[in-house]
Design a protein around this ligand. Structure first.
Ligand code: GTP
Ligand code: MG
Length: 456
């Protein structure tokens, strides 16, 4: 048994770590210099040895018995936050947990901000930033696959690759700076083929990591797919088919859908936000025109557009004009719908540009091909082992690192620019450092941790 230490100065935080509402178990978590003292005050009994559970009665601010449960203590630095941490595991009563929280505050703790436990773990070097973000990805995971990928990130799989690349960049920079120091000697170190090969290999590694990170982001954040096309081609029918419910109104009247309708789906483990839109056509109707304006706005934000046509008519001149308006950079598939009426085949049609799939949305024919293709589009093949999860800010940092590395390689071709090349390598290294949090500004940290839940 450890006796509670006298209250120490310092900021001790407390939060209910379990989800709001009723539950079998509810956990109150404390972290900070006074965590043990507050736990002692809440239980009125000696604390158990660190990492050993003990049954205790929990008291409210007036000292009245409130609940009973397990008490667990973790002594700094061997804890999640690196500080003294206590967990009180009582019953999952929102009222009892709230009273316990208030009692903890009376005894000297303060209510934690969202993500503050993880932020402290980061500040105390228990996790890097990418690992801390993986915690929230794990909490938010919409599928077992996304959860496994987030766990890989939490275990440091992404961070290890970032760190290895960052170290290689430093080594290359040190080599170049060293070569510049000895540039009066006969040997031209900067022309060393090995250096150029090393930088080329680093560039390639960075590309692979970027591709993996993009897959990780798709798994975690999912894809936004917009259903588009002329009126009455079956957009809402396809949305309902994929959602498995009658979310959108379907009629045979062209112009049925006006507003955007968003459905958040998990299609074989892939999170997808599917947006149904108003059929695109010229119209005098002010409401429909506003719907069409919104449809185009949604298309501009889409990761992928599914452009539906009625297979009986094939591509009309209007369809062709709409596809042109989509632009060449927006990934788009043509879905030739109602093959049950046209007599067309279900499945991918060879040589289509854009890629073309025959389907009958109403009966669900071809929908499995569509979902499988979506997985391929996101780079997620069913047989792949789980990757790590990644976020847009990581991909952005990787892109900047790659741009600096490429500039460094170009500049290195001319010895006069070698110093600039070294500087570009430093910038590439710093961009990678933003991912793990080695070079992050306060405001970025604030924004990242604010996205966490309270008690995490
Ligand atoms: N036979 C057949 N009918 C279909 C199929 N898909 C949709 N339809 C019918 O086509 C009509 C229009 O379907 P919707 O899903 O409302 O079409 P939409 O593209 O959303 O139309 P708007 O909202 O007006 O732009 C309805 O009567 C559907 O039942 C299909 O695969 N086969
Ligand atoms: Mg519709």
């Amino acid at each position: 048994m450890v006796t509670a230490p006298p209250p120490a100065a310092g900021d001790t935080i407390v939060a209910v770590a379990t989800a709001a509402g009723r539950g079998g178990v509810g956990i109150l978590r404390l972290s900070g210099a006074m965590a043990f003292a507050v736990a002692h005050a809440l239980t009125g009994a000696p604390l158990p040895a660190p990492r050993q559970a003990a049954l205790r009665t929990f008291h409210d601010a007036d000292g009245a018995a409130l609940d009973q449960g397990l008490l667990l203590c973790f002594r700094a630095p061997a804890s999640f936050t690196g500080e003294d941490v206590v967990e009180l595991q009582g019953h999952g009563s929102a009222a009892a947990l709230d009273a316990l929280l208030r009692a903890a505050c009376v005894h000297g703790a303060r209510v934690a901000r969202p993500g503050e436990f993880s932020e402290r773990a980061f500040v105390n070097g228990k996790l890097d930033l990418a690992q801390a973000e993986a915690i929230i990805d794990l909490v938010d995971a919409g599928s077992a696959r996304a959860a496994k990928a987030a766990f890989q990130s939490l275990e440091g799989r992404f961070s290890t690759r970032i760190t290895a690349l960052a170290e290689a960049l430093v080594a290359a920079r040190v080599f170049i700076e060293g070569a510049l120091d000895f540039s009066d000697q006969d040997v031209d170190w900067l022309a060393d083929a090995d250096l150029h090969a090393r930088l080329a290999a680093l560039d390639e590694d960075l590309q692979h990591l970027s591709a993996d990170a993009q897959r990780g982001r798709a798994l975690q954040q999912g894809l936004t797919v917009v259903l588009s096309g002329a009126p009455n081609v079956g957009k809402s029918t396809l949305l309902n088919q994929l959602a498995g419910v009658d979310a959108a109104i379907v009629t045979d009247v062209p112009g049925t859908t006006r507003d955007l309708l968003r459905e958040h789906l998990t299609l074989d483990g892939l999170p997808v936000t599917l947006i149904d839109t108003a059929g695109l056509r010229d119209t005098e109707d002010a409401i429909e025109a506003e719907g069409i304006r919104r449809a185009w706005a949604a298309i501009e934000q889409a990761d992928l557009v599914w452009f539906l046509v009625d297979d009986r008519q094939g591509m009309s001149a209007d369809d062709a004009a709409l596809l042109t308006r989509l632009g060449p950079d927006r990934p788009c598939w043509r879905l030739a719908n109602k093959v049950d009426l046209s007599g067309g085949v279900v499945g991918w049609r060879p040589g289509g540009d854009p890629p073309t799939l025959g389907l009958a949305a109403k009966a669900g024919q071809g929908v499995a091909d569509l979902v499988a293709a979506l997985h391929r589009h996101a780079g997620l093949n069913a047989s792949d082992e789980p990757l790590f999860t990644a976020r847009t800010r990581h991909i952005d940092a990787l892109r900047r690192a790659a741009a600096h590395l490429r500039l460094a390689r170009t500049q290195l071709a001319d010895q006069a620019f070698a110093e600039l090349a070294a500087e570009e390598l430093r910038l590439a290294h710093d961009a990678l450092g933003e991912i793990t949090g080695r070079f992050s500004q306060e405001d970025l940290l604030g924004r990242i941790f604010a996205g966490f839940c309270i008690g995490k």
